[in-house]
Design a protein around this ligand. Structure first.
Ligand SMILES: [Zn+2]
Length: 247
C-alpha cells in the first residue's frame, strides 16, 4: 500500500524513505548509515531499537512539518512476525534528505536497570511507597525537617527519629534537560526524553529527579506545575516508577 501523505511532502522523498526502509530491513548498514545526517551518525546508530532479523519494511505515513522537516513512520517486520514502528525525522541538507532523528513508537519513557532501593537501604521506604502507589519522602519526626536524599540522621537537629509520610506527587519544574543521546543501551528507542528536577510543594521544596512523560516535544519552562503518577513495574521483580507530566 502506498504511504499516507500529509501536507506538501517534496516529490521523490517517499521513494527515498522507502529505499531507506528496505536498506534497514535487509541489514545494509552502508546504505543505512548513508541516509543518516553525517554529524549525528554516532547518536542515530543506537537511537532506535530493532530485532536483528528483519524480513520487511513498509512506509506507513509521511508528514510535512511546519519547520520544513518531514516525519516518516516505517513499520518493520521481524523474522518472528513481530512488527515494530520507527518514527524518523528527515531534513534536507546540501547533499540531500537525511535522517535527523529516529525513535521507536509508541513514545515510552526509558527504564534503567538501576531502579530500586540503594544497597544501604536508606531509601527502601520510598520504594515501598511507590509499590503502594504513594510518594513517600523522609521527614524528621523531631523537628519536621523534610529530608531528600534520605539520610540516617536529621541534618538539622541530628535526631534519628525519621518518618516517611506520603505527600502529593505535585510540584514545579526546578530544572529540566532533554536528552538526545543513547548514553546506555536501555535508552535506545526512547529518545529523546526529558529529565526534570521537581520541587515538591508538600515536602518543604525538596527536589526529586525524574522523567517527564510525553516530554519529547513539549514546550517547557522552569516553574511549570507538574504532577506525578506511577508506572507499573515491568515484571514481578521490577519496581514501579514515578513519572511526571505537565499539570
Ligand atoms: Zn530534625
Amino acid at each position: 500500500m502506498p504511504p499516507e501523505i500529509l501536507g506538501s511532502v517534496p516529490i521523490g522523498l517517499a521513494e527515498i524513505v522507502e529505499r531507506h526502509g528496505r536498506a534497514v530491513a535487509e541489514g545494509d548498514q552502508h546504505a543505512t548509515l548513508n541516509d543518516f545526517r553525517p554529524d549525528r551518525i554516532g547518536q542515530l546508530v543506537a537511537s532506535a531499537s530493532l530485532p536483528e532479523q528483519l524480513v520487511g519494511s513498509e512506509v506507513l505515513r509521511l508528514t510535512a512539518e511546519p519547520d520544513g522537516k518531514v516525519t516518516a513512520l516505517i513499520r518493520y517486520t521481524a523474522a518472528d512476525g513481530e512488527r515494530i514502528v520507527l518514527r524518523s525525522r528527515w531534513v534536507e541538507l546540501a547533499e540531500g534528505w537525511r535522517v535527523h532523528h529516529v525513535r521507536n513508537l509508541p513514545e515510552t519513557p526509558p527504564r534503567l536497570p538501576a531502579e530500586g532501593p540503594a544497597d544501604d537501604g536508606l531509601d527502601t521506604p520510598h520504594w515501598d511507597g511507590l509499590r503502594a502507589g504513594e510518594l513517600r519522602i523522609q521527614r524528621c519526626t523531631a523537628c519536621g525537617e523534610w529530608i531528600w536524599a534520605p539520610r540516617p540522621m536529621c541534618p538539622v537537629c541530628h535526631s534519628f527519629e525519621l518518618g516517611w509520610p506520603a505527600v502529593a506527587p505535585r510540584g514545579e519544574i526546578y530544572s529540566w534537560t532533554r536528552t538526545w543521546q543513547p548514553f546506555a543501551p536501555q535508552l535506545s528507542g526512547h529518545l529523546p526524553f526529558v529529565v526534570v528536577v521537581v520541587e515538591l510543594a508538600e515536602a518543604g521544596g525538596r527536589r526529586l529527579v525524574g522523567v517527564l512523560r510525553d516530554g519529547e516535544s513539549a514546550a517547557l519552562r522552569v516553574g511549570q506545575p507538574v504532577k506525578g503518577d506511577f508506572d507499573p513495574p515491568p515484571d514481578e521483580h521490577g519496581w514501579p516508577l514515578l513519572r511526571w507530566q505537565l499539570a
